[in-house]
Design a protein around this ligand. Structure first.
Ligand code: ZN
Length: 292
């Protein structure tokens, strides 16, 4: 298989529904309903179950204190309060990202449909619904094992991925590029610094301003000459998302997918945010554009 064959693999499991924080926007149905919907669209062989990330891979990114507190289901902040089942789910989510990275190097477009999300988790601090930074774990492990040399992260969640930026900053084999609403949570990402390139976009941003920024981001990534690209795919840029103020329409996710498909570098993507009930259909649009 070559990177241009664009066959699709989705890594997911109903075990992603094992933790539930009552009243929290990051709820089990985000993944469970999406998985159910995607299974009506693609054949069974498209889907694979994740395995938990080895603890060493987590500890290659995160400090002992953070890992221990997640393990104890401890409290970080009101957004990230810990819950029964959070530790195994976080290990599975990171393991799924790792598997996605590995599979993508064989030329498959791989989407990790898991929770919790990860891009706000810094090496030392879980926050913003995120416990372990699955993207950081994936690119760290894959490059440490020599499977890829230079990894670029494209973060398309509506929020700035402060955790992934913290992890990537100053590491010359990584590039972090983010398009996000500013001002918005967590308040970072106003400027670029070193190998972290930020595109802060105003509340109300629609496709007319979004796609030129995406074009710039993809150009930056091309100049870096990565041999692997990880896409932190958030769907909270959606016009109806309850947490943010962007104006992307459902059809725009197909276009994002098509633009990514045109990049001839092994690529995996993973679910970050996206809190509207239309999430299954937004993911469908993205995957259809990315792979068909
Ligand atoms: Zn988000």
């Amino acid at each position: 298989m070559t990177p241009s064959s664009h066959s699709l693999k989705v890594i997911s499991t109903t075990k992603a529904g094992q933790y539930d924080i009552p009243g929290h926007p990051e709820h089990p149905a985000r993944v469970l309903r999406s998985l159910e919907h995607l299974k009506t669209l693609w054949p069974a062989e498209t889907f694979a179950e994740p395995t938990a990330a080895p603890l060493e891979a987590i500890k290659a990114v995160h400090g002992e204190g953070l890992v221990h507190l997640v393990q104890e289901e401890g409290y970080f902040d009101p957004d990230t309060p810990g819950a029964p089942g959070i530790f195994p789910c976080s290990l599975l989510s990171a393991g799924s990202a790792l598997q996605a990275a590995e599979e993508s190097l064989k030329g498959t477009s791989v989407f990790s449909l898991m929770r919790p999300p990860g891009h706000h988790a810094t090496p030392q601090q879980a926050m913003g619904f995120c416990y372990f930074n699955s993207m950081a774990v994936a690119i760290q492990d894959i490059t440490r094992r020599g499977k890829a040399q230079r990894a670029a992260v494209l973060d398309l969640d509506c929020h700035h991925g402060n955790g992934t930026e913290d992890f990537c900053f100053g590491k010359e084999n990584f590039l972090y590029v983010s398009l996000h609403q500013f001002p918005a949570y967590p308040g970072t990402g106003r400027q670029s610094k070193g190998n972290c390139v930020n595109y802060p976009l105003a509340p109300g941003t629609e496709e007319g301003d979004y796609f030129p920024a995406l074009e710039g981001a993809l150009k930056k990534i091309g100049e870096f000459k990565p041999d692997l690209i990880g896409v932190s795919m958030g769907f909270d840029t959606y016009e109806k998302d309850p947490l943010t103020q962007f104006g992307l329409a459902k059809k725009d996710y197909r276009k994002i997918g098509q633009w990514l498909k045109a990049v001839k570098v092994p690529m995996f993507s993973l679910l970050e945010g996206g809190y509207h009930d239309d999430l299954p259909f937004l993911i469908e649009e993205f995957l259809a554009g990315w792979t068909s």
